[in-house]
Ligand binder design. Structure first.
Ligand code: HEC
Ligand code: HEC
Ligand code: HEC
Ligand code: HEC
Ligand code: HEC
Length: 418
């Protein structure tokens, strides 16, 4: 509720309302998994499975059966690593394992230790196990019982959050389609139950798609990745989120933070530069050739296209730069959409450079810079201008520093001027 928070934290609340998709009112209805329209019997069955699987807040697992804990298996990802080493390594390098970084922890620490509903508005996506919610309460309440290293909530989107319910293991059918049979107690963790839902894009919609009644701006949901995908040819061709983000079932989840992934998704064409009436003119085309949703899909990244003239030594010439932005730009308080220049699947955007030729210009330079955390960077900078103190200030400073280090140049091309 509003009066639980100081005015300082208004931006966080607004963010909570936006990302959590619920009012900052603890009586608000609990969000459940979206119900995408099912195209096939498999998809309808997946939708039913996932509605239960992702019914949040997730129920506590209860006590692990003795034979399972005797094998050293727990809800901690490290306990899976011995047998599923490749999944562990990939997951450990992915952003899912870092989903409880300083940016979100700095905000959660401002909440009361016992405000479980408020915690859920964030951790239902970032650290969804009930046992992680308990671990967070212990941390916020500074309970001594909490392990100093790797407490469960700090490990983000852990294996068990996707694979374990009520102490039973779930996964996709084996690659040959078969399921474990016979004496399941002979299998580690008592075998597992197979569901095709793991192969469906709906699996990811639980956290990467807002429901129809959640936060929208300018008539468009703020998180709409599943629906963008559904409207694309990829859905019709059976190319799922997993096809691109978990190739060969690898737990990679590479996205906008990964230059190679982004390069795979876009095609950039630079036409020749010309000069007429002392004006330099050139066109750059950026096509979404392989992204299964808008490029980019969220309001948080920004791609900046720059054209500028250079002298013979490759120095940038002052006053010759033009900038264009690809992205869905919103105000920091999320009250208004400023512009939406994202590129739909299979669409192309073109950018025209037009500037007077500089006396010393010998070439025109095009650059495309990806800023994966542009929105967060601005948000952290504005939080730090407030009187935030102590360890929260440290965490948000750390988050600001890593957000300002994430931009990279994904494309550059030098065109000789005639
Ligand atoms: C519906 C699922 C969902 C909810 C609920 C949610 N997030 Fe996120 N969050 C995401 C996704 C997906 C990303 C990655 C994409 C992006 O950066 O926008 C993300 C990224 C972030 C990031 C940047 C990456 C990082 O770890 O530093 C922060 C900070 C963050 N969320 C904070 C919050 C806070 C605070 C709340 C609660 C007020 C919250 N989130 C609620 C899904 C969610
Ligand atoms: C002692 C070794 C061992 C440990 C530890 C272990 N597993 Fe397994 N796991 C197996 C074996 C063996 C199978 C069965 C593979 C088969 O028969 O196809 C399996 C199957 C699975 C499957 C189903 C695979 C599929 O094809 O769908 C999932 C998912 C899974 N484990 C997840 C986990 C998670 C998550 C953890 C940690 C919480 C874990 N496992 C810990 C050995 C282990
Ligand atoms: C329980 C919620 C949840 C589920 C389910 C989930 N994700 Fe995520 N995902 C997140 C959160 C939260 C982040 C942001 C992590 C961070 O940076 O803090 C994220 C980040 C990502 C990223 C990295 C984005 C970037 O900025 O580079 C990709 C790609 C991704 N998810 C794809 C998927 C796919 C594909 C699936 C389905 C197989 C999936 N996710 C299922 C919550 C989820
Ligand atoms: C965001 C949810 C998510 C998380 C977190 C996650 N997995 Fe998975 N896992 C999946 C999905 C989805 C598939 C099926 C992918 C497909 O069919 O393309 C899968 C497949 C598997 C399989 C079967 C692999 C195969 O080759 O048949 C195993 C084993 C597994 N996961 C173990 C783990 C372990 C261990 C961890 C943690 C280190 C983990 N998973 C973390 C979603 C997740
Ligand atoms: C045809 C391949 C393809 C499919 C299908 C696909 N993606 Fe992506 N995705 C990409 C590429 C390439 C990027 C990197 C460029 C970008 O960020 O838009 C990306 C980026 C992302 C990001 C990073 C954040 C952002 O703002 O772009 C997330 C999150 C994500 N995808 C989730 C999903 C989910 C969830 C699905 C399924 C509903 C999905 N993707 C389907 C190729 C795909």
């Amino acid at each position: 509720m509003l009066h639980h928070y100081s005015r300082l934290w208004l931006p966080v609340l607004i963010l909570a309302a936006f990302l959590g998709g619920c009012e900052p009112d603890t009586k608000a209805p609990k969000p459940s998994a979206p119900k995408p329209t099912a195209a096939s019997p498999d998809e309808a069955e997946s939708a039913r499975f996932l509605e239960k699987h992702w019914a949040r807040p997730l129920a506590p697992q209860g006590k692990l059966p003795a034979p399972v804990s005797a094998q050293g298996i727990s809800l901690a990802p490290q306990s899976c690593a011995g047998c599923h080493a490749s999944q562990f390594k990939d997951w450990n390098d992915s952003l899912h394992s870092r989903a409880m970084g300083p940016g979100i922890m700095g905000q959660l620490q401002e909440m009361s230790a016992h405000a479980r509903d408020d915690h859920q508005s964030c951790i239902r996506c970032h650290a969804p196990l009930a046992e992680q919610a308990d671990s967070l309460v212990a941390a916020l309440g500074k309970q001594a019982s909490l392990p100093k290293i790797r407490p469960l909530h700090r490990q983000g989107l852990v294996c068990a959050a996707c694979h374990v319910r009520n102490n039973e293991w779930y996964g996709p059918p084996r690659r040959d389609g078969s399921q474990p049979v016979g004496d399941l107690s002979a299998y580690p963790h008592g075998g597992w139950k197979a569901s095709r839902a793991f192969e469906s894009s709906q699996f990811c919609a639980a956290c990467h798609q807002f429901k129809d009644d959640e936060y929208a701006l300018n008539g468009k949901l703020l998180e709409n990745t599943y629906k963008e995908w559904q409207d694309s040819r990829y859905a019709r061709q059976g190319v799922t989120c997993q096809t691109c983000h978990m190739p060969e079932r690898r737990h990679l989840w590479r996205g906008i933070h990964d230059p190679e992934m982004v390069k795979k998704g876009i095609g950039i064409r630079a036409g020749a530069a010309s000069i007429a009436n002392g004006q330099v003119a050139a066109r750059l085309g950026v096509a979404n050739t392989g992204v299964g949703h808008y490029f980019p899909t969220y309001v948080t990244p920004r791609v900046v296209i720059r054209g500028f003239q250079q002298d013979a030594a490759g120095r940038k010439l002052d006053g010759t730069e033009q900038q264009f932005v690809i992205g869905r730009q919103v105000t920091l308080d999320l009250s208004r959409e400023i512009a939406d220049t994202r590129i739909a699947p299979d669409a192309e955007a073109t950018f025209d450079y037009r500037m007077p030729r500089h006396g010393r210009a010998s070439s025109l330079m095009w650059q495309a810079e990806v800023q994966p955390d542009a929105f967060y960077l601005e948000f952290y900078v504005s939080l730090l201008q407030s009187e935030m103190k102590g360890s929260n200030r440290q965490l948000i400073t750390q988050a600001r520093d890593s957000a300002s280090a994430s931009p990279y140049i994904v494309f550059s091309r030098r065109l000789a001027l005639p």
